[in-house]
Every structure is written in C-alpha cells, then in structure tokens.
Design a protein around this ligand. Structure first.
Ligand SMILES: [Zn+2]
Length: 67
C-alpha cells in the first residue's frame, strides 16, 4: 500500500536541491515508524555525498523556499 506524503513534506522535498551537484530529484519513502525520509541522488563525488561538507545549508534553503 502506498501512502502519499503530506503536502508540506512533498513541498519541502520538491524545494530541495543540492548546492554542489546536479542532484536527482529527491525520493520520499516512509519507514515502518511512519517517519518520512528524503533520499537525494547526489552525483558521484559530490562533497555532500562524501561528507566533506554538510547538507544543512541546502535543507535550510529548501525550508525557506517551501513556505
Ligand atoms: Zn550533491
């Protein structure tokens, strides 16, 4: 059974873009606890993917855009 994420979650996911690569559109999944998770398809070698830089600025930017 597929449950659609709430509009606020979908809006945030749509607003997220990586500031360091041409990331694939985010995929939303819901875990068994009901928590929505956003999987970002970063390009190979992206500094966010390797952990060299945090994704916090991209998350904050997405939060600001989806309001
Ligand atoms: Zn990236």
């Amino acid at each position: 059974m597929t449950v659609q994420a709430p509009a606020s979650v979908r809006s945030l996911a749509a607003a997220y873009t990586c500031g360091h690569c041409n990331s694939e559109p985010a995929q939303l999944t819901q875990d068994t606890s009901g928590v929505w998770r956003l999987a970002i398809g970063h390009d190979a070698g992206c500094p966010v993917l390797t952990g060299a830089v945090p994704d916090t600025p991209d998350v904050l930017r997405a939060m600001q855009e989806h309001q």
